[in-house]
Design a protein around this ligand. Structure first.
Ligand code: ADP
Ligand code: MG
Length: 280
């Protein structure tokens, strides 16, 4: 895969017959494309396996992630999705959601000396998108600012590759080994350190929503550790609860602080978050 010009799998080309296609991102083991054709506009996710190098162990799960996400989206009743296999891994396509993500939308709040304050109604939309998933009995597992797309009509929570809550075909399943440490709840970080795996939960999603709102509004991570700290050191700081004070003004700051409570049982549910934000 490395070195060659990236291409869409032929089955995807046949299904979507692109009139325009744009590679949105390519990173180790995955590509995302923005594709338009007669059926409409789709995000196409293509996964392939990563072989071991001197610096990295092999990561066979990157090849499975798009099919796993496709199966989850199907379970959730999302229409206009498809998934399958190609020669190097699996793929899915799903409706394209137009709009900035949470981090980009709040960029002006993070500028030094800015008088812009984060808009609680946007925070409420993010909570509502997560609440919709929790109401269906699923936990997301990978809540982060880039996964909230703030559209004109509504906010979408994307990247369900790690979600837990219903049946996923065995051949496409893989264990949850944590997410981006900035958004990992202490109990998740602790479990990953102890066993290499963890269980996504609604409570951990609420923590991750709080950390996402905080970093998007202020640029600060919820927990203090050096930028270049190795991942286990970052996880240890999270597990130990080395929290930074939340410096977001007003009620929004109070709600974020509650979401970042160390013990999962002390955090509000996402419905309670929605209620609190709805009153701001
Ligand atoms: N349905 C979608 N609509 C619009 N953009 C999307 C969609 N799915 C993915 N993207 C874009 O691609 C990026 C990576 O997608 P993501 O689902 O997070 O994949 P990965 O598994 O590689 O993290 C997102 O941050 C977003 O910019
Ligand atoms: Mg992602």
């Amino acid at each position: 895969m490395s070195g060659s010009t990236p291409e869409l799998p032929i089955v995807v080309l046949d299904a979507l017959m692109p009139t325009t296609q744009r590679l949105v991102l390519k990173r180790r083991g995955s590509m995302v494309w923005d594709v338009e054709g007669p059926r409409g506009r789709y995000a196409v996710k293509v996964g392939y396996s990563i072989e071991a190098t001197a610096d990295w162990p092999a990561q066979p799960w990157t090849a499975l992630a798009p099919a796993r996400e496709g199966a989850v989206l199907q379970r959730l009743g999302i229409e206009e999705i498809a998934y399958g296999e190609w020669e190097h891994g699996t793929w899915n396509f799903q409706p394209w959601h137009e709009g900035p993500d949470l981090y980009r939308l709040w960029a002006s709040c993070r500028e030094q000396g800015s008088s812009n304050t984060p808009d609680a109604s946007v925070a409420l939309e993010c909570a509502e998108a997560l609440a919709e998933l929790h109401a269906k009995g699923w936990a997301h597992g990978d809540v982060q600012p880039a996964h909230f797309i703030i559209g004109l009509e509504r906010t979408h929570l994307i990247d369900l590759a790690l979600a837990r809550g219903g049946h996923v075909p065995e051949g496409y399943d893989f264990p949850f080994r944590g997410c981006l440490v900035h958004y990992e709840a202490p109990e998740i970080a602790r479990s990953v350190l102890a066993t290499g795996e963890a269980e996504p939960t609604p409570e951990a999603d609420v923590y991750a929503l709080g950390a996402s709102l905080l970093i998007s509004a202020t640029g600060w991570r919820a927990v203090e550790y050096p930028d270049d700290a190795p991942r286990p050191v970052q996880r240890k700081a999270v597990a130990d609860g080395r929290r930074r004070p939340v410096k977001v003004p007003g009620e929004l700051g109070k709600v974020i602080d509650d979401m970042l409570s160390h013990a999962p049982e002390d955090r509000p549910t996402v419905y309670e978050v929605g209620k609190a934000l709805g009153c701001l």
